[in-house]
Design a binder for this molecule. Structure first.
Ligand SMILES: Nc1ncnc2c1ncn2[C@@H]1O[C@H](COP(=O)(O)OP(=O)(O)OP(=O)(O)O)[C@@H](O)[C@H]1O
Ligand SMILES: Nc1ccn([C@H]2C[C@H](O)[C@@H](COP(=O)(O)O)O2)c(=O)n1
Length: 425
């Protein structure tokens, strides 16, 4: 059957995400002449001799699908495919329904030779161990300059069957980013069990997954905070979290903890190389381990924590939601709520600095100017989305602290806020 979300009746759309670019959407209509908005087709469909292809895998939160998506992305950078430009693609049903959501790639071959199509077919046929090969979408111009998508099901032994030929027309950007409804299952895990079940699916694929689960299972469930205050310091990189947490520790005679905790940080690189689903589940479990450390420590002294749940959620949301800040889930969305089974801190402070000050601090850490500028430019939208997601967090929310002044002044502000919220220490 054609992939869900691509049926003609539902007037489905493809949303294309360019690096740092807005979403671009397409409607595919089932018969010649039907549908069509009269708007020009998006620029990502380059004129001949260039040729475009697409491939998608189900976006349902399954470990095999997430790993297939990542493997395809890696392989699209190799061999004859390396000359192609690859854009992210979300395929969804305009009629709604998360089961329909698919994630994939729009591949632009600037030269348009047969070699690329052959390489794509080979790539898809070679990926079929756990899942059937995803269909290949081939885009071709019609006689009157209109654009068609041919969707091909690849036979394992060779050859292919046409599943559908549908016209491509421009469409409106959807009011809600198509990844928003599935976020809580794909990236933002709102309970220990939700994150645990993802990591459990990985035990046969990632040996470290078992070790992580063993540590999680040793922690008491529903850890409760002691009588001493627990203060979390959040913020983007280079905003001064390490500096502030260390000074607060010294000033208050507090215990300093960080998430992910030391006991799992040797596996961080392994999980950072995995797709979002697995990576975010790893960080979510790290928070539950830290919760049990907080519970114990807060019976004896104040506790200051460098990153916790809000970092896990904010980075996950910003990674999954492509394009501009306006694409983020609306305020009060469930992904901004604290998980009910996770120990809550007394106070969460969000350090913010201006982009200029951040550049100075990165320079201070010795990054080359060109490298730094490139990174900053590429990540500017991403950073805005992380910061805005932090600000939308609720129950507890993040209290913003301008961390641009001197270290001493920032510490004074932070200590003042802690006193105000947590009483005398
Ligand atoms: N208030 C401040 N004024 C000037 N420089 C500062 C200030 N606070 C921190 N810095 C410097 O900025 C750099 C980044 O600070 P720090 O390492 O504390 O940030 P961070 O948020 O922990 O970063 P990351 O998340 O990347 O580890 C360091 O070189 C630090 O000495
Ligand atoms: N509790 C946490 C801590 C970290 N992360 C993720 C978010 C970023 O991808 C990265 C930032 O960590 P840093 O470079 O500052 O060590 O780690 C998370 O998801 N949850």
């Amino acid at each position: 059957a054609p992939p869900a979300g691509c049926s003609a009746q539902a007037r489905p759309c493809f949303a294309v995400e360019g690096p740092g670019a807005d979403l671009v959407c397409f409607t595919l209509s089932g018969s010649e002449g039907a549908g069509g908005s009269g708007r020009p087709l998006p620029r990502c469909f380059l004129p001949a001799p260039a040729r475009c292809y697409s491939l998608c895998v189900p976006a349902a939160p399954s470990v095999p699908a997430a790993r297939l998506h990542r493997r395809l992305r890696q392989r699209l950078r190799q061999g004859p495919l390396a000359r192609c430009r690859v854009l992210g693609l979300l395929c969804y049903s305009a009629a709604g329904g998360q089961a329909a959501l698919e994630k994939g790639f729009l591949i632009q071959d600037p030269q348009g030779g047969a070699e690329t199509e052959r390489a794509l077919e080979e790539l898809l046929r070679g990926q079929g161990a756990l899942l059937p090969p995803p269909p290949l979408g081939v885009y071709e111009a019609g006689e009157r300059g209109e654009l068609w998508q041919c969707l091909w099901a690849l036979r394992g032994a060779g050859g292919r069957d046409l599943l559908r030929r549908a016209r491509v027309v421009a469409a409106e950007e959807p009011p809600l980013h198509p990844a928003v409804p599935g976020l809580r299952h794909a990236a933002v895990f709102l309970s220990l069990e939700a994150a645990r079940s993802v990591v459990e699916q990985c035990t046969s694929l990632i040996p470290e997954a078992t070790a992580v689960l063993d540590l999680v299972d040793k922690c008491p469930k529903h850890s409760k905070k002691g009588d001493f205050p627990v203060i979390v310091i959040e913020g983007l990189d280079a905003t001064g979290k390490t500096t502030v947490t260390q000074s607060v520790k010294d000033s208050l005679n507090a215990l300093l903890l960080r998430s992910p905790p030391a006991c799992i940080s040797q596996w961080r690189k392994t999980f950072d190389d995995e797709p979002t689903l697995i990576r975010r589940a790893f960080y979510a479990l790290g928070n539950y381990i830290v919760a049990s450390e907080i519970a114990k420590a807060s019976t004896e002294s104040p506790v200051v924590v460098d990153r916790y749940w809000h970092s896990t959620a904010a980075y996950a949301i910003a990674t999954e939601i492509s394009g501009k800040v306006q694409n983020l889930p609306p305020t009060q969305h469930e992904v901004y709520q604290w998980p009910e089974d996770l120990l809550k801190p007394d106070l969460v402070l969000l350090l913010t600095v201006s982009p200029e000050e951040r550049i100075r601090r990165l320079q201070g850490r010795g990054l080359e100017k060109t490298e730094e500028e490139t990174e900053l430019e590429a990540n500017s939208l991403f950073r805005q989305k992380v910061e805005e997601s932090y600000k939308r967090m609720e129950n507890p929310g993040c209290q913003e602290v301008d961390a641009s002044p001197s270290r001493e002044e920032v510490l004074r502000t932070v200590l003042h806020l802690i006193k105000k919220h947590c009483g005398s220490l």
